[in-house]
Design a protein around this ligand. Structure first.
Ligand SMILES: [Zn+2]
Length: 291
């Protein structure tokens, strides 16, 4: 069912009736899709929403979620103008700076090279990009997954990015990950790996870079997600929430559990000597064979 322009605008009005948006310097309009795609939300509705938000001087930055392509960046420039002096930030799925991971493990049709092209195109438009990175897409070992995110942060930092979001892969129905998981060929990363990514980016960049860890349970139900042994999970999740507030590493300082040594340290030693194409072929072959 198509959501009408009016539905979108009413939804914003419902929020503005309940809370004073002047109390919120950052407003995120996550629509679980592409805000800038006119097939999803017409420019008319995008413009109306922008003008509502623009009337709140307390809002400093508006964050939207969208794919980036030639069409959407043109619309982004228009919306940036509609928002007069507010920042416009586009949260988009960047996933990984490694083209093999992008092409073979994620298969998204977008690589870091595309990003360089759009970054150049957006130069001086005042529109900011916030890339979403992905921890542990399928076919990567635990250690490779950690390294992949850390290298992606390096890549983005070199291009002026100072804020990223980290999505930690979850198992959702009707996905390749789900099929692999059912056959024991995929497990989400352990929570220690999430902390290791944070530790490494902080060690390199300190306060110059921030990484928001997205919640594991979002709008789609997850069948499995990043876990530890079960005893230390809640404490670590609470600390991740604390880290998300001010990106302070100290909140993790005294965390430990036997599963860190007994499980995680073994897991990050696991190696896969096959190259990516071979891993993909072998894993997909395994999916074809009955249980
Ligand atoms: Zn534990």
């Amino acid at each position: 069912m198509k959501v009408s322009d009016e539905d979108y605008i009413n939804q914003i009005k419902q929020v503005t009736d309940m809370v004073d948006l002047n109390d919120y310097p950052i407003v995120a309009l996550y629509n679980d899709g592409n805000f800038l795609d006119e097939k999803e939300i017409s420019y008319n509705a995008q413009k109306k929403i922008s003008s509502i938000l623009d009337s709140y001087p307390g809002i400093r930055r508006v964050v939207i979620e969208s794919r980036i392509n030639d069409n959407t960046i043109e619309i982004a420039k228009k919306i940036k103008k509609d928002l007069s002096n507010k920042e416009l930030e586009i949260l988009f799925g960047f996933e990984s700076a490694n083209p093999d991971v992008m092409n073979l493990c994620i298969n998204k049709g977008f690589t870091a090279r595309n990003y360089d092209y759009y970054l150049a195109k957006m130069n001086n438009s005042g529109v900011l990009f916030k890339p979403l990175l992905l921890l542990k897409p399928p076919f990567l070992t635990e250690q490779e997954a950690i390294t992949d995110v850390v290298r992606t942060v390096d890549y983005l930092y070199a291009r002026g990015i100072r804020r990223v979001d980290l999505e930690v892969t979850t198992v959702e129905k009707n996905t390749v990950v789900h099929e692999l998981w059912k056959k024991g060929l995929y497990t989400p990363p352990m929570l220690w790996s999430v902390l290791e990514v944070i530790r490494q980016y902080k060690q390199k960049y300190g306060d110059k870079m921030s990484m928001y860890i997205s919640p594991f349970q979002y709008s789609v139900e997850s069948l499995d997600f990043s876990r530890n042994c079960g005893r230390c999970d809640q404490e670590i999740l609470d600390r991740i929430d604390m880290h998300n507030l001010d990106f302070n590493m100290d909140v993790f300082a005294d965390l430990d559990c036997t599963c860190r040594h007994a499980e995680w340290e073994k897991k990050i030693q696991e190696q896969d000597r096959r190259d990516f194409p071979e891993r993909v072929i072998r894993n997909l072959d395994a999916l074809k064979t009955p249980q």
